[in-house]
Design a protein around this ligand. Structure first.
Ligand code: SF4
Length: 220
């Protein structure tokens, strides 16, 4: 398959998210495909599809050490239900400890995310050619502008759910009997680290005290 992204985007636009993933796994070597999940509110959609298409494919999870206990419990729940092969990534321990000692999320959340999320994933990104994530366009202004395939330095980013709405995601979870994240019923539309997540619509509760910050940096 040609890697001409304009052509790929046109081809995949006509497919539904499941077929996009199915095609990706049939046309690219699985070892080249990186799949990540934050085990957030809509994570079950991508995980269920990957489980069905490529059982046992590694799912990389960034453990910032600041997750809600409910997120870790949800990760265990989905792992058991879908038999997921989860690979946990963590920051360098001394760097991570430094973010804790300085409560870096209060003063410099970009650096805190860089240390706890971006850098640990950078190591794994180098070993892959395509990065699959569950971004959806109605989550942020930045995501609205994304295509299914995007070139990001040496990596191609793949967003099979980009035109899925939150309603579509919730319907998919219900129809496929995938449990919901336990914090959803408490009013959280989006869940990240404890220090940077409040209840709220869409991603309004993420980094709410920092105007303009809507992304951790992984997808920018
Ligand atoms: S989301 Fe908050 S606590 Fe988590 S890594 Fe980013 S700044 Fe740190």
């Amino acid at each position: 398959m040609s890697l001409h992204l304009t052509e790929l985007n046109q081809q995949y636009l006509r497919k539904d998210p499941y077929n996009r993933l199915q095609n990706l796994f049939s046309h690219f070597a699985p070892a080249d495909i990186l799949v990540t999940s934050s085990f957030g509110i809509t994570a079950g959609v991508l995980l269920s599809m990957v489980h069905s298409i490529a059982p046992n494919h590694p799912i990389y999870f960034l453990d910032t050490t600041y997750h809600f206990p409910e997120t870790l419990a949800y990760k265990e729940q989905l792992q058991a239900k879908l038999n997921l092969n989860i690979v946990t990534l963590k920051a360098n321990p001394s760097d991570s400890q430094d973010t804790l000692d300085r409560k870096l999320w209060e003063t410099n959340p970009d650096l805190c995310c860089q240390i706890n999320k971006v850098e640990p994933l950078n190591v794994v990104k180098k070993e892959h050619k395509i990065w699959v994530s569950g971004l959806m366009s109605d989550q942020t202004e930045h995501r609205k502008a994304l295509n299914i395939f995007e070139q990001k330095q040496n990596l191609i980013k793949f967003h099979p759910l980009i035109d899925f709405s939150n309603y579509d995601a919730m319907l998919y979870l219900m129809v496929n009997e995938i449990p919901n994240h336990p914090l959803m019923e408490q009013g959280y539309d989006s869940v990240g680290c404890v220090h940077c997540t409040q209840k709220g619509d869409c991603r309004m509760g993420r980094w709410a005290q920092f105007a303009g910050k809507t992304e951790c940096g992984l997808h920018l």
